[in-house]
Design a protein around this ligand. Structure first.
Ligand code: AMP
Length: 182
């Protein structure tokens, strides 16, 4: 399968939010046939919660860029495994979440199946996604809107607050070089 550039959104608004994001980032770095090629800053973000189901806590969000030869379905399945391993409780999917991983873009592909919609249908509407996305890939073209991420951000109506955190992503669980034991 061809190599694809993909973007994954991270979000947490329950428990030690930064720790959940850091652990998810570490697990994304271990994804097979894939490598992380960019990580945004973390942002503390006001909940976008029209139905009042997410609780009052602000989220921590970020966006990760990867190269992969996995299919979009395989990426989604591995993201769901990471969510499960970090204690995401599927019995209240729309409540507060320890970690939420969204496949935002899978190359320039447009996919619409019952389990997977790519590009993510709310990507172009959410400041908490577009701000970190624009930090690492401002020129990336949204395959449906046919506009660059920085252009989508410039004309965005969503006024929810998004504040950059002064934390180095990946610093809590750094990946170590493999050492030779022989
Ligand atoms: P959420 O509550 O945001 O984690 O939504 C998870 C559900 O959305 C799962 O049932 C997925 O199959 C579905 N889904 C559809 N498209 C996507 C996508 N691009 N990324 C992640 N989940 C998706």
């Amino acid at each position: 399968m061809a190599n694809e550039t993909i973007f994954i959104g991270l979000g947490s608004n329950e428990g030690d939010r930064l720790d959940f994001c850091e652990r998810a980032l570490r697990l994304l770095q271990l994804m097979p046939r894939s490598r992380v090629t960019g990580v945004s800053s973390y942002y503390e973000t006001e909940p976008v919660d029209p139905y009042g189901v997410l609780g009052t806590g602000w989220f921590i969000n970020g966006v990760v860029r990867m190269e992969t030869t996995l299919s979009a379905g395989e990426v989604l399945a591995l993201c769901q495994e990471i969510e499960c391993s970090l204690g995401r409780n599927n019995s209240h999917r729309i409540g507060p979440r320890t970690i939420d991983l969204d496949l935002l873009c899978y190359g320039q592909h447009c996919i619409a199946t019952p389990d997977l919609v790519v590009p993510h249908p709310r990507l172009h509407l959410r400041r908490f996604i577009l701000v970190p996305f624009a930090e690492i890939a401002p020129q990336w073209r949204h395959p449906v809107a046919q506009r660059a991420i920085h252009e989508l951000l410039a004309c965005l109506e969503d006024q929810h607050q998004v504040r950059r955190l002064d934390v180095l992503p990946g610093s809590r669980y750094p990946s170590h070089p493999v050492t030779c034991l022989s």
